[in-house]
Each structure stands twice: as structure tokens, then as C-alpha cells.
Design a protein around this ligand. Structure first.
Ligand SMILES: [Zn+2]
Length: 295
């Protein structure tokens, strides 16, 4: 009996070791929410579950609640106190649009991102935030801003991008809301590789006239807006120093985030922002010409 136990001991140790090293290989995601003119309480759990279902990520949620919300129960528990230490994470996913973050958190994010130590993911209204934070505008490339704020990029039927100078054209809006098609413009990028050239997305706000410095931008996919009669950037990346930023204006609400295409895009975009690679296969429920919703 004792001899048997003795023989099994090294095996048990080995299993514990391999399990912990497997856990260490997961990408550590920090999902930031707590203030948004959108329903972050219903959308953050969708983002968290979507990432975790891939088996590639661990997701901590931190909520920067406003004073009046501090007493309300949060949407996900346990939560990480805000502001958390960024050194514990490989990528920040922002589902946040609200009051400024502390200066020390901002400068830490700037330097860590610039050095390529962390990645950043921007979803929908997160691009409305922090108009006065110069470096944030560089990171996100373009956001929900006034036409006088910066450049706008639109894409023609052939996929050629055209830069509209600041002051010309319209300010950011969503001049169309409904079902629309996402058109992949870069079929070789790890995030979009293997996706159908065109795929259907359920009812969502189609952001148009995003504005900003628009530097070091790579547009991966667009959607035609009946509101502006042109193709608007829907999936794009930005280089910020050595850092990688993945940005999608898709995802207004829980219905839009139920799209298997949206979720797979964010799963891939988050891995890419953290590592520069995508190891995930395209899921079998990825939409084609038909909308595909996840429960
Ligand atoms: Zn919205």
C-alpha cells in the first residue's frame, strides 16, 4: 500500500506542475468597465464568456464605478479593485466610456503599450472616451469625435482608403442602425484570415465618420453605411510604438454582441493584441451571408 503510494507520488507532482504551467500560458485579460452610456452590465459578461470559452484566456473584470453607482452590486464577481496593476496582464479590453482614469494608470498603460508589454482592445463606445487624452487618441487611431478633431478614413467600392482632412465632412455618428454586412479587406491578417469575404452582422449601430490622428492604421474590414453611402472601417488595428491595438466599433448592445462573427473577431483580436499571433481556428458557427447568433 505504502509502496504503491510512493510510486504514484512523482506522477502526482508531475500532473500538478504541468497543470500550473498550462494555466500560466493562458493570456491574461483585464476587462475594464463600470461606466458607459451603454449597458456594460449586460455586455461585459458576454465578452468575458466569449473569451473564456476559447480556453485561451483568463479574464479579470475591473469596474471603475461612478460615486452614485458604488453601492449597487456589480455585474460580475469576484472583481479586481480599480485601478489594478497592469503588470499582471497581457492585454486590456475596454468596455468603458466614462470619467478619466487615474493619471498613474494612464501613464502606465501608455508606457507598457509603447514598449509592447501589453496589448489593448477597444470595443464600440470605448472609442467615445477620453477625447482630451492625447495618447489615447493615438492608441485608438480614430474615435467618436467632432469633425474638427481629426482625420476620417473612408473606403471605396474597390477597397481603396481615402483620408478626409479634419474639418471636412461630418462629425462621427451612426447614421444607420440595422442589419449589415462586414466586408473583409485584408484577407492575410491573422485576425481576419480565413473569414468569409463578406459576413452578415445582426442589428447594430454602424459607426461612421470616426475621427482622429488615424496614424499607423491597418483597416481589416469595412461595412457599407446606407447613411453615408460609403464603406466605414469596422475592424482595424493600430501600432502604438511596439504595442498592438485591436479596435472594433461593432457591439452596441447584447443583441449585437450575440453575433458569432463579433465574438470570434474579438476573441482573435484580443489574442493578436496580446501576442501578435492568432492560434484560434475560425469557429464553425462563423456567419456567412446569414446572421449567426450565439445563445
Ligand atoms: Zn452604441
Amino acid at each position: 500500500m505504502f509502496a504503491k503510494l510512493g510510486r504514484f507520488t512523482p506522477l502526482i507532482v508531475l500532473l500538478v506542475c504541468s497543470q500550473s504551467s498550462f494555466a500560466a500560458e493562458k493570456i491574461r485579460v483585464l476587462l475594464v468597465d463600470g461606466q458607459n452610456n451603454h449597458n456594460w452590465r449586460s455586455t461585459s459578461p458576454i465578452i468575458k464568456a466569449s473569451l473564456e470559452t476559447t480556453g485561451k484566456f483568463t479574464v479579470d473584470v475591473t469596474s471603475n464605478l461612478s460615486e452614485k453607482e458604488k453601492d449597487k452590486p456589480g455585474s460580475i464577481s469576484p472583481k479586481i479593485a480599480f485601478p489594478p496593476l497592469l503588470e499582471n496582464y497581457d492585454v486590456v479590453v475596454s468596455n468603458y466610456n466614462g470619467a478619466s482614469w487615474p493619471n498613474s494608470f494612464n501613464t502606465d498603460l501608455e508606457s507598457r503599450l509603447k514598449e509592447g508589454k501589453i496589448g489593448l482592445v477597444i470595443i464600440h463606445a470605448a472609442n467615445n472616451a477620453f477625447g482630451g487624452w492625447k495618447e489615447y487618441n493615438q492608441m485608438i487611431g480614430m474615435g467618436w469625435r467632432d469633425k474638427g478633431f481629426g482625420k476620417r478614413v473612408k473606403v471605396d467600392d474597390q477597397g481603396q482608403a481615402e483620408v478626409i482632412p479634419k474639418g471636412q465632412g461630418d462629425s462621427t455618428g451612426h447614421r444607420y442602425t440595422g442589419v449589415f454586412t462586414v466586408v473583409v479587406r485584408d484577407t492575410e491578417h491573422p485576425i481576419t484570415k480565413g473569414m468569409p469575404k463578406e459576413w452578415a452582422h445582426p442589428r447594430d449601430e454602424l459607426y461612421d465618420n470616426l475621427r482622429g490622428p488615424a496614424e499607423n492604421l491597418n483597416i481589416l474590414a469595412t461595412s457599407f453605411s446606407p447613411g453615408t453611402k460609403t464603406h466605414e472601417p469596422m475592424i482595424f488595428t493600430i501600432s502604438y510604438g511596439k504595442g498592438r491595438v485591436f479596435h472594433t466599433p461593432l457591439g452596441h448592445d447584447a443583441g449585437a454582441m450575440g453575433c458569432a462573427g463579433f465574438q470570434a473577431t474579438v476573441e482573435r483580436g484580443t489574442e493578436w493584441a496580446a501576442t501578435g499571433k492568432v492560434s484560434q481556428k475560425l469557429p464553425s458557427d462563423f456567419p456567412t451571408e446569414k446572421v449567426s447568433l450565439r445563445k
